[in-house]
Write a protein that binds this ligand. Structure first.
Ligand SMILES: Nc1ncnc2c1ncn2[C@@H]1O[C@H](COP(=O)(O)OP(=O)(O)O)[C@@H](O)[C@H]1O
Ligand SMILES: [Mg+2]
Length: 365
């Protein structure tokens, strides 16, 4: 296996930057998810690593080789796509063997590699079947097997689970994670599904509009999103974002809503808020860190319940604070109703503050 290094990689189509000066290092054996909304440049980035499209600028290294000018077949990579495109008239064994026959391996080598890949993916009992005799999940495993037999330096996967139904997707997620753990393979995995990225990847590269927004472990991205885009993209339900204004009273600092309520800030949050480029800041809070009170309590701010969404284990409640919606999670035993007046308590140690103008996370000066 090998590391993959992108240095200031650019891909333009006309005057559109599909990929805009992206730099990142995927360490040897690491599982990295490229994640972001549709059109943000994930597939283009993956195809640049694969060599399927030509770069407009920058460098890509795989292992110690600069691959900018190498054909895909010389890059020692294997791709797995959303459409697994198995050969319908070949058995699973022959589907797996085919890429090796193309490389003119001996019959016994081919058989050994196919059997070993089949064992890893638990498809040995399917080797004599045709693709149409397999379930979606089994077909996806065969597609993975076809990549695996090639013994590549890097696996590149583009939304490989998107065609599967929800339950199978969750199951394959577990299997892919196990596949990575067992093989210690270098994997670059594209998905628009932040949950897939968070659950499987060692690191996630969050992209938006061709730019790399943040590249870190899922935990660090979740705990310390660098900007409002990342904050609202990662985590479900999304982080609530409430635009407010910084006001000072002597040495005390508070956030004031358009409705007129004020939230006094802790010393640490006050220092952050004062670094804002303008008086506008956005308070961010994840549902699990917000408390809901049904009576007025010191340190809370007033709101009105919009919807109550039971999910079984947790009930999500959407509360309007003026024009902003804050999502709170409750134990299902707590009974609240739409249009009920409530009070929201933010945990000062858990809130995020963003610059209202630049949308970047504010750090204490
Ligand atoms: N062959 C192409 N010609 C023109 N524009 C393209 C082409 N391929 C991708 N793009 C544009 O580049 C951007 C990124 O696309 P893509 O990498 O496919 O996004 P993602 O995989 O994140 O959904 C989009 O704006 C898309 O329209
Ligand atoms: Mg794509």
């Amino acid at each position: 296996m090998a590391e993959v290094v992108l240095n200031q990689v650019v891909k333009t189509y006309g005057n559109v930057y599909a990929v805009n000066h992206v730099s990142l290092t995927v360490a040897d054996g690491e599982f990295v998810a490229l994640v972001g909304p549709s059109g943000c440049g994930k597939t283009t980035t993956l195809n640049l690593i694969a060599g399927l499209i030509e770069m407009s600028g920058g460098d890509i290294h795989i292992g110690d080789r600069l691959v900018n000018d190498l054909d895909p077949k010389d890059r020692d990579i294997a791709m797995v796509f959303q459409n697994y495109a198995l050969y319908p008239n070949k058995t699973v064994f022959k589907n797996l063997a085919f890429p090796l026959q193309m490389r003119k391996l001996s019959k016994s080598d081919i058989e050994a590699k196919v059997l070993s890949a089949a064992k890893v993916l638990d498809i040995t009992h399917l080797l004599e079947r045709k693709p149409r005799e397999l379930s979606g999940g089994q077909q996806q495993r065969v597609a993975l097997g076809r990549a695996l037999v090639r013994d590549p330096r890097v696996f590149l996967m583009d939304e490989p689970l998107s065609n599967l139904d929800a339950k199978l997707r969750v199951q394959m997620r577990t299997e892919l994670k196990r596949f990575h753990q067992d093989l210690q393979a270098t994997v670059v995995y594209v998905t628009h599904d932040q949950l897939e990225a968070v659950t499987m990847a060692d690191k996630m590269a969050v992209m938006n509009g061709g730019f790399l927004q943040q590249y870190d472990s899922p935990k660090n991205v979740f705990d310390n999103p660098v900007n409002m885009f990342v904050a609202s993209f990662v985590g479900s339900p999304a982080m609530s974002l409430v635009p407010l204004e910084v006001v000072t009273h002597g040495t005390d600092v508070a956030l004031r809503s358009p409705e007129g309520w004020q939230l006094p800030l802790s010393a640490a949050n006050a220092r952050k808020a004062l670094t804002s480029t303008t008086a506008k800041v956005v308070l961010g809070a994840r549902h699990s860190t917000v408390k809901l009170h049904t009576t007025q309590t010191p340190g809370t701010v007033p709101g009105v319940i919009y919807t109550v969404e039971p999910t079984g284990d947790i009930t999500f409640v959407q509360v309007f604070l003026g024009a902003s919606v804050v999502i709170v999670s409750l134990d299902p035993s707590v009974i609240v109703e739409p249009d009920q007046k409530v009070w929201i308590e933010f945990d000062q140690d858990k809130i995020h503050l963003f610059d209202g103008a630049t949308e970047m996370a504010l750090a204490a000066a």
